[in-house]
Design a protein around this ligand. Structure first.
Ligand SMILES: Cc1cc2nc3c(=O)[nH]c(=O)nc-3n(C[C@H](O)[C@H](O)[C@H](O)COP(=O)(O)O)c2cc1C
Length: 401
């Protein structure tokens, strides 16, 4: 079908990955030759489209023939790009038309443009998100693969310490002096043993939120423009991170999903799920890591990208800054929870897509960066924790404090 009056431009962000795939070669197998055959396919990664899109060579070439700024009359492409290729790229949403039929993809593309993603970052974020994934199906991270097996397969890891000068050239530093912070740092250990029988009191739950994702001040920086002061640093002081809670066992808070309203230090109820459904969602959040899903409260850290990209437009460092910020939030949670005699965790093994669907987020604008969790520890340890100093555990029993 040819629509003569249509104007076209390329979508704003698309990258092409030549990807090798191994496929079964039945003919080769019966001929006693190779049983697998390598095939290189061209995969278009365009965040506005959502899914990966396979291209043929003519389509890949055509993407390099028109730009993403000016609209071009379709007729003007005659002779440069075959009609069938224009049609297929329009159908795939990689060419965007200004007609009715292309409205949905055009709108998605407008959203990507409007948020001001750096193309490389947009592709990296969009296509590293998981949907219904479980860590146990991933051979690189499953807990069922031991370190011994890993070393047998991959050889030893790179050394745990590096040195750039001869030992004699090192300048020794004075022994550190102990402070209250040291005591907290020494007791910080990723918690994989939450107390599933008890609840978390509202006071500590509230303290954690105030210190970790809350704000200490709302400041008028210009007439009509406010900024937040929080406990963690933020690129451009824009504080793009948002907090959502999966509350499972907190006194005085009905189990369910909440958004944390930062300036009022209050929970905004989003959904009350049946206990089973809430537990399933918690498991999905942490990709099947049941020892994390057990936490009294999960804290989903999302980023409103457009807030940071408003200043750092299409900037190569902007996405990295956001990811770093989430790391600061995580460490503040670890320290706050430790001080309040609780455990905490962070994981990047999360099902971003499932979380976005549950929270009603458009991934181009706002998407999860990490899932954290906190709550009182169990008295007995059943899952591995890294506590070489014996600050948290006395054998398998929680150390008395
Ligand atoms: C970004 C990030 C992601 C992590 N993801 C996981 C995870 O998916 N599962 C897990 O059991 N631990 C996870 N951890 C925790 C590490 O395994 C843990 O920090 C490490 O074993 C050192 O233990 P420690 O935190 O108690 O010092 C993660 C840590 C970080 C910083």
């Amino acid at each position: 079908m040819t629509t003569r009056s249509l104007r076209i431009r390329r979508c704003s962000v698309v990258m092409i990955e030549p990807r090798e795939e191994l496929e079964l070669d039945v003919a080769g197998l019966f001929a006693g030759a190779h049983a697998v055959r390598a095939r290189v396919k061209l995969v278009a990664l365009a965040p506005h489209a959502g899914d990966e899109i396979e291209l043929d060579e003519a389509e890949a070439a055509a993407l390099g023939r028109i730009g993403d700024t000016d609209w071009i009359e379709r007729d003007a492409l005659a002779g440069r790009i075959p009609e069938s290729v224009i049609d297929s790229l329009l159908a795939k949403g990689l060419f965007v038309g200004d007609g009715e039929a292309d409205a949905a993809m055009r709108e998605r593309d407008e959203t990507v443009r409007g948020v001001h993603w750096k193309p490389l970052s947009a592709v990296a974020h969009a296509f590293s998100r998981w949907h219904e994934a479980g860590v146990d199906e991933d051979v690189r991270i499953t807990r069922h693969r031991t370190l011994t097996e890993l070393i047998a397969e991959s050889g030893p890891p790179p050394p745990h310490v590096t040195s750039r000068v001869a030992p004699a050239a090192r300048q020794p530093l004075p022994s550190p002096r102990a402070t209250a912070v040291d005591a907290i740092l020494a007791r910080r250990a990723t918690c994989r043993n939450f107390d599933t029988t008890g609840t978390l009191d509202l006071a500590r739950f509230s303290d954690v939120l105030q210190r970790v994702v809350g704000c200490q001040a709302e400041v008028d920086i210009l007439p009509g423009t406010k900024a937040l002061k929080k406990a963690h640093p933020s690129g451009g002081s824009l504080h793009p991170l948002e907090a959502y809670l999966v509350v499972q066992r907190v006194d005085g808070v009905a189990p369910g999903l909440y958004h944390y309203h930062v300036t009022s230090h209050a929970l905004e109820p989003l959904a009350t799920l049946e206990p089973g459904a809430l537990g399933d969602f918690a498991m999905r959040c942490v990709a099947g890591q049941d020892f994390f899903a057990d936490a009294h409260a999960l804290l989903i850290v999302t980023a409103r990208f457009e807030r940071t990209f408003w200043k750092y437009r299409s900037h190569p460092k902007a996405y990295r800054a956001i990811v770093l910020e989430a790391g600061h939030v995580s460490q503040n949670l670890y320290l706050t929870a430790t001080e309040l005699d609780m455990g905490a965790f962070v994981t990047a093994a999360i099902n971003e897509v499932d979380i976005e669907q549950m929270l009603g987020l458009d991934a181009v604008r706002e998407s999860p960066i990490a899932v954290l969790g906190f709550g009182p520890r169990a008295n007995e340890k059943t899952m591995l924790e890294f506590d070489p100093l014996g600050e948290v555990w006395d054998g398998d029993t929680l150390k008395a404090r």
